[in-house]
Ligand binder design. Structure first.
Ligand code: ACO
Length: 415
């Protein structure tokens, strides 16, 4: 039954005995039914004390959850991040302020706990800007014609390299160790602690849509696993012969020579004519390893949205690629404790970000801070879009030099 006019949801943690009703919101809100393996996985990773419901009486009509993640920030440090997920409102109660009440409760809670950064991926990107989340990273997918794809001879595969097929479930711990070698190298990366290591290789039969079960190939050098790829294949034929597709879910190795060896393998599977790669960073080296870049058809999508819950603390937790000393004037109506002027000064060794009464040099909002945080969006682009105002000539360029990434940030798994 839909709510009467003047409805004001009460937002609170989910109590024992309410979980079935809370879990029932998601399929109604998202309109689908997840395979049981995925439901079971999500039930295992949810942190019960970080799940909230919006209630009408005793009935939950909206849901939201937070995960206790860590994330690499520019400079390589790892900072705690609240990963926001499971946001849904019953269709009977939409557009009556339930999401707004959930966001209010959640951000107030993060503020009280001193959690400086929140992150999410959005079902619809237009939803979260009003709550101060800014688009911070992109993901790239590639569709590659195998016949046109020529990979370079260099770097040659390391001497002693051996590729070995493994059962994805049995290889989980091994693969996570390889993945962890990457963590400090690129902003946006998050560890896959505990059950999160199962997230990428999760392979419910109900999700396969004609593809093979997930395969795992390990790249060993002198007996040590140094890289791995998860992939599946779709077998197909037409009058010209085989037209199969290799679906690459992930190819990970810290050593570029090992990663290239994995690509050679994935590009050379018999009967496959197309390679589809999901979720790469925008500057992935694979783009520059194809002799003919048009062999790959890229598509791009928004990935991570970031919210600085505590501007000062968050900006001090990262470093800056060049010296910076600017006064930032922040407008943050949804989290007013951030509003005001902040002096950010720092370099590659560390940073301070403190309240100041000095004259403002750059004016921006919470959403822009989120977009800038991982160095995946340039201050100049946001200024050109009319979203940052430069009040002291030169301040924009100074911030731009300080936020110049060595590599673009990347979120390697969804949550
Ligand atoms: C991190 C994640 O989990 S992403 C997943 C989000 N969930 C989904 O997409 C599931 C399907 N959708 C839903 O469950 C709901 O429609 C929600 C959660 C998107 C919105 O919930 P509602 O309770 O209807 O939103 P609410 O009434 O609080 O609206 C708050 C504001 O957001 C706006 N808004 C709500 N949904 C959308 C949307 N899909 N696109 C753009 N704006 C939106 C409203 O217009 C309102 O704007 P205002 O600030 O100008 O007043």
């Amino acid at each position: 039954m839909s709510s009467p006019p003047g409805f004001a949801p009460v937002v609170r943690p989910v109590a024992d005995g309410e979980w079935d009703a809370w879990n029932a919101i998601d399929p109604h809100a998202f309109g689908g039914e997840e395979p049981p393996e995925r439901v079971e996985f999500w039930n295992r990773i949810l942190e019960a004390d970080r799940c909230i419901g919006a209630y009408e009486g005793n009935e939950p009509v909206g849901s939201a959850a937070a995960f206790s993640f860590a994330m690499t920030v520019p400079g390589g440090a790892s900072v705690p991040v609240a990963g926001i997920s499971a946001v849904g409102v019953l269709p009977t109660h939409r557009r009556r302020g339930v999401l707004r009440a959930l966001m209010r409760h959640q951000l107030d809670g993060l503020h009280e706990n001193g959690e400086a950064v929140a992150a999410l991926t959005a079902s619809e990107p237009a939803i979260y800007g009003r709550f101060g989340y800014g688009l911070a990273t992109w993901r790239m997918s590639l569709r590659i014609a195998r016949t046109a794809a020529v990979l370079p001879a260099e770097p040659a595969a390391p001497a002693g390299l051996r590729l070995r097929l493994a059962d994805p479930a049995a290889a989980l711990d091994t693969c996570v160790k390889v993945y962890e070698e990457l963590l400090g190298t690129r902003a946006g990366l998050m560890p896959r602690s505990g059950a999160w290591k199962e997230r990428v290789p999760l392979d419910p039969p109900g999700d396969r849509e004609g593809a093979s079960p997930l395969r795992c190939v390990l790249a060993e050098v002198d007996g040590q696993v140094r890289g791995y790829a998860y992939y599946a294949t779709v077998v197909d034929w037409d009058a010209t012969g085989p037209t199969g597709t290799t679906l690459v879910r992930e190819a990970i190795a810290a050593d570029p020579a090992v990663r290239l060896a994995l690509w050679r393998y994935l590009f050379d599977l018999d009967l496959m004519t197309t390679i589809k790669v999901d979720n790469l960073p925008l500057d992935d080296e694979l783009l520059f390893q194809l002799a003919d870049p048009r062999a790959a058809v890229p598509s791009f999508r928004d990935a991570l949205f970031i919210r600085l819950v505590e501007v000062g603390k968050a900006l001090e937790a990262r470093t800056y690629s060049a010296p910076v000393d600017v006064v930032l004037d922040v407008a943050d109506p949804f989290c007013p404790w951030n509003t005001g002027r902040w002096r950010l000064s720092g370099d590659a060794a560390g940073a301070r970000c403190e309240r100041t009464a000095d004259a403002a040099e750059l004016r921006l909002g919470a959403q822009e801070f989120g977009s800038l945080y991982l160095d995946g969006v340039s201050p100049a682009a946001l200024a050109a879009a009319g979203r940052i105002s430069e009040l002291r000539p030169g301040a924009l360029a100074e911030l731009g030099r300080a936020c110049a990434p060595l590599q673009l940030p990347w979120m390697s798994f969804g949550f």
